[in-house]
Design a binder for this molecule. Structure first.
Ligand SMILES: C[S@@+](CC[C@H](N)C(=O)[O-])C[C@H]1O[C@@H](n2cnc3c(N)ncnc32)[C@H](O)[C@@H]1O
Length: 233
């Protein structure tokens, strides 16, 4: 495109992606102070976090337990890593979020935790994970993936920062039935704007393309259906 193009800036993919990230960051910066009191926690977010913990227990049993280093992408105020901090096997728990205000809430909660030495917070974009290859045994991502404008790149990043044999737990809205479509594609997308709940088959294809060895997917029937994806690197 030449310098005199009249094409709107946002029609370029990079600009569009930046706009999606900004929309999410601004939305969660504003929500951060009251996020932990939101009714949505009990209705949608906590069931996803509980599913993630169940999968973690299952994975630990399968591999014969042992210490683990975990990265929670789109961690918000850090409810998941705070809960996991009490697990003796949890060696390192890193929460990454693009919203500085959500990360600040997490840092405030960390300060009062008896497990503060295990907990770390990073402000960064899910698409540019600032960690060396193979840094983590577990990557979790709950209730956040639909905000990412370039989902394929994010999943490639998850694969890169996991060590061989590590596990990805990705939980988000299931939009492949009527209730899920109404909740996530109509209500949530209408309210949050610029979000995309990928079909279960699209997530399956992205995970396969990123080179994960195995994938298990299940639908969780809570008030709003959720899709639980568990992939081994
Ligand atoms: C609904 S909250 C979920 C928080 C937490 N995982 C939970 O389940 O309570 C979504 C989070 O994703 C974060 N987020 C959105 N876009 C992001 C991006 N591009 N990179 C990292 N985090 C992002 C938001 O800032 C927000 O904290």
């Amino acid at each position: 495109m030449g310098p005199h193009s009249t094409e709107p800036t946002e029609s370029r993919p990079a600009e569009r992606h930046a706009a999606v990230r900004r929309t999410a960051r601004d939305h969660f910066d504003q929500w951060a102070h009251s996020y932990d009191r939101s009714r949505l926690n009990e209705l949608v977010f906590f069931p996803a976090l509980r599913a993630c913990q169940e999968e973690l227990v299952r994975w630990q049993q399968w591999r014969g337990r042992g210490p683990f280093r975990l990265l929670d992408v789109g961690c918000g105020t850090g409810t998941l890593i705070h809960t996991l901090a009490a697990w003796p096997e949890a060696e390192l728990l890193v929460g990454l979020d693009y919203s500085p205000m959500m990360a600040q809430r997490l840092a405030e909660k960390m300060a009062g935790s008896p497990h503060a030495h295990k907990l770390h917070t990073v402000v960064a974009d899910s698409e540019r994970l600032p960690f060396a290859d193979g840094s983590f045994d577990v990557v979790t991502c709950c209730n956040s993936f639909h905000h990412y404008p370039h989902q394929a790149a994010v999943i490639q990043g998850f694969q890169r920062v996991l060590r061989p044999g590590g596990v990805l737990m990705l939980v988000d809205g299931f939009r492949d039935n009527v209730i899920g479509w109404l909740v996530f594609d109509v209500a949530v997308a209408g309210y949050e704007r610029r979000v995309h709940h990928a079909a279960w088959s699209a997530i399956r294809d992205l995970i396969a393309a990123a080179g994960f060895a195995t994938l298990r997917q299940r639908k969780l029937n809570v008030l709003a259906p959720l899709l639980v994806n568990v992939a081994l690197r």
